[in-house]
Design a protein around this ligand. Structure first.
Ligand code: GZL
Length: 321
């Protein structure tokens, strides 16, 4: 009899452990993150911060690097659907081409959160929330700084981000809106550098070549700091002084642009936080807990930084990136 009781106790304990384990594992959220790639310092920082934010919240992250290819992002999303993740985070490399695959995620009952870029308005019902900055404002602030710095008189060359990306269209739109208010500010060249340092340098070299060795260029506006850093190299190799002969304004706020500003080679940057995942995870956890949909857009902060705080900002940020 005693042996029977002992067996019953052991069996109950085993069952209890199994149930609690299932309950525990069921509590651990699993998020599939389709990341664009590692094209810039900012993008790599976003990935690093996403892992940190997921760890803080006990969320399991399944990560996919698309190497800037939309077809790889689409494959990753399908894989996440097949793995029945609790949610999908997507940084969409371009605005269009998502309808079919996001419908598959929706039909599977998996909420999609967009990070740092948007998709076309017609698909607005295919994602739960977008965590993005005000990218039009970023372009406006860059142009307002430049108008102030040049007294509203400048021949500007523009290094655009990835063709077809929402952020490229928005940063261009904001910048042009302000330039249009100043008859003596002109964008004399504008071309994509695809958000990379190497392409930014290459395109800037072509602008310099087309404009009398760069002597006709007053300022360079880059949609991100990495292209600006590549352009700075091209300006120096042309025998000109970046930050002086050609003013440099860009967006992101990565450590190396603060280093360039501290060295007098860049003039202004508009900060973009790499922490899009924190607000996204908080919205997801709340959504899972109470079923209340988060706002369609969760907007992150924007701030302009100038050389006066550059060294301190560089010292502070170099650990974070
Ligand atoms: C902007 C983000 C951009 C960064 C670049 O939200 O999508 O992509 O500004 C990155 O550095 O390549």
């Amino acid at each position: 009899m005693k042996l029977l009781k002992m067996c019953l106790v052991v069996v109950s304990l085993v069952v209890l452990m199994a149930v609690s384990n299932v309950a525990f594992s069921a509590d651990k959220l699993v998020v599939g993150f389709s990341q664009i790639g590692a094209e810039s310092g900012w993008r790599s920082a976003e990935t690093k911060v996403t892992y940190q934010e997921a760890d803080k919240r006990g969320v399991e992250l399944k990560f996919s690097d698309a190497q800037q290819k939309q077809e790889n992002q689409i494959k990753a999303i399908r894989a996440f659907v097949a793995q029945e993740v609790d949610a999908i985070f997507l940084a969409p490399v371009v605005e269009t081409g998502w309808t079919t695959v996001l419908k598959e995620a929706k039909e599977a009952g998996i909420p999609v959160f967009l990070l740092d870029r948007l998709i076309e308005d017609k698909d607005v019902d295919l994602y739960t929330s977008a965590i993005v900055s005000d990218q039009v404002l970023e372009g406006r602030l860059a142009a307002e700084w430049l108008a102030e710095a040049t007294g509203g008189k400048a021949n500007i060359v523009e290094l655009q981000g990835t063709v077809g990306a929402s952020v490229t269209n928005n940063r261009k739109k904001g910048f042009e809106e302000v330039v249009a208010q100043h008859p003596d500010m002109k964008i004399i060249h504008s071309q994509s550098g695809d958000f990379t340092r190497s392409k930014g340098k290459e395109v800037m070299e072509s602008f310099i070549k087309a404009e009398n060795g760069g002597k006709n260029i007053t300022a360079m506006y880059a949609h991100n700091d990495d292209m600006a850093i590549g352009a700075i190299q091209a300006i120096k190799e042309a025998g000109l002084i970046p930050g002086k002969d050609i003013l440099v304004v860009s967006i992101d706020g990565v450590p190396d642009i603060f280093k360039a500003m501290a060295d007098g080679e860049a003039n202004a940057t508009v900060e973009l936080t790499p922490n899009m995942a924190g607000p996204a995870l908080d919205a997801l956890i709340k959504f899972k807990a109470d079923g209340v949909a988060p706002p369609k857009v969760i907007q992150t902060e924007t701030k302009v930084y100038l050389p006066d705080t550059a060294q301190a900002e560089y010292d502070r940020r170099k650990e974070l990136y």
